[in-house]
Design a protein around this ligand. Structure first.
Ligand SMILES: Cc1ncc(COP(=O)(O)O)c(C=O)c1O
Length: 368
């Protein structure tokens, strides 16, 4: 179904089309020089030492876990309120996801909740910077000092967010972004891993290129390790690269739209607007409010042509993470609240003031 006011619209500028055409004309369609440029653009923007492109955030997370040596017998702590891919990547490498609750207001896993779940088998913690709100970098850094664990950030939604002056992509040992079309920089499908660790970057690059080592003197190839194909094509990278040229403007626009939503929603007392601590800068992948009776409101809004959406999923409710497929820790009050009450409002490049006002008017009518 197409909506009059969609949740998001991909940013396909003239420049995006020109750059795709250049790739098509070049005949070099698979991963190549444009992918390298896109990686450089993301590394340069975030300030990370290395960026490695992937087919998705999920395959990036899986590869990062492999490079960190995670496998059978290891535990990885993840939040309950997240997209299933966060925990699915852990299962794919044969390790056990240990699922903990989230804060009921920020919807993020806190260092305290993660600490309660740490055991001798914990190897990695995956905080999720959900909807563009960066994870508690200071708190998780303290945990890293106290226990022998790596911090792998699921930054699927968080390109452009900032924590105490540091951009997401530099806040964890490894961060992984998504370029799925729900993100404001999108390559259709795609992901990017960032890290300051050159050895890890090289190992991730090797894994996604069939385990291939650097060619020898005569150009001969050697396959050093088991590997797979998680390459990002030049065609996809061209879309992302063109969009990266406009990232500052796109982000500024999202910030303005978010500010306006917060202002317009101020009088609607039954709606709780997103939390924004003063030391962070939110990248607004999603503008997510809390409202009671969310499902009914969502249906009514959609019937009027306005695409609203749930926040994301509470993993403990799904068979994939029950019955020994994961370890569930706690009662999940925060996550259940987020699952039942979080509502994502439309936000896209070019959204007009009139459209935003209409979203808030219709929402106000629905909650009354
Ligand atoms: C928090 C989170 N992690 C992981 C993913 C998976 O990203 P991808 O579709 O690029 O694999 C998503 C998707 O939206 C997500 O929201």
């Amino acid at each position: 179904m197409s909506y009059r006011i969609p949740l998001i619209r991909p940013y396909i500028s003239k420049r995006v089309k020109t750059m795709i055409n250049e790739v098509l004309d070049s005949g070099y369609l698979t991963e190549g020089p444009v992918t390298r440029q896109f990686e450089s653009a993301v590394a340069g923007y975030t300030g990370a030492g290395h960026a490695v492109a992937f087919t998705s955030c999920t395959t990036g997370l899986e590869t990062a876990l492999r490079v960190l040596g995670v496998g059978p017998g290891d535990e990885v702590i993840v939040p309950d309120f997240t997209y299933p891919a966060t925990a699915g990547a852990v299962q794919i490498v044969g390790a056990t996801p240990v699922i903990v609750d989230v804060d009921p207001d920020t919807m993020l896993m806190t260092p305290e909740l993660a600490e309660e779940a740490i055991s001798a088998s914990t190897k990695v913690i995956i905080p999720v910077s959900l909807f563009g709100l960066p994870f508690d970098h200071d708190g998780f850094t303290e945990l890293k000092k106290k226990y022998e664990v790596w911090i792998l950030e699921d930054a699927a939604c968080a390109l452009g967010s900032v924590y105490k002056g540091k951009r997401t992509g530099t806040l964890a040992d490894i961060s992984v972004f998504s370029f799925h079309p729900r993100k404001f920089i999108t390559t259709g499908e795609g992901g990017m891993v960032t890290t300051d660790n050159g050895k890890w970057a090289e190992a991730m690059n090797r894994y996604k290129h069939f385990g291939m080592g650097k060619p020898g003197d005569r150009g001969e190839l050697v396959f050093l390790t088991p590997g797979t194909n998680y390459k990002m094509s030049n065609v996809q990278a061209a879309i992302g690269l063109a969009q990266m040229e406009d990232i500052d403007n796109l982000l500024a626009e999202r910030m303005n739209l978010a500010e306006k939503y917060t202002r317009l929603l101020e009088p609607v007392k039954s709606i709780q607007c997103p939390v924004e601590p003063e030391y962070i800068s939110h990248s607004w992948q999603s503008y997510t409010v809390f409202v009671k009776g969310r499902d009914d409101i969502m249906r009514k809004m959609r019937n009027q042509g306005i695409e609203v959406q749930i926040g994301t999923y509470a993993l403990h409710m799904h068979p994939a993470f029950q019955d020994g497929n994961a370890k569930l820790r706690g009662q999940f009050h925060g996550s259940i609240r987020a699952f039942e009450e979080a509502l994502v409002l439309p936000m896209y490049h070019g959204m007009t003031s009139q459209e935003q006002t209409e979203v808030v008017e219709k929402l106000s009518e629905c909650v009354e």
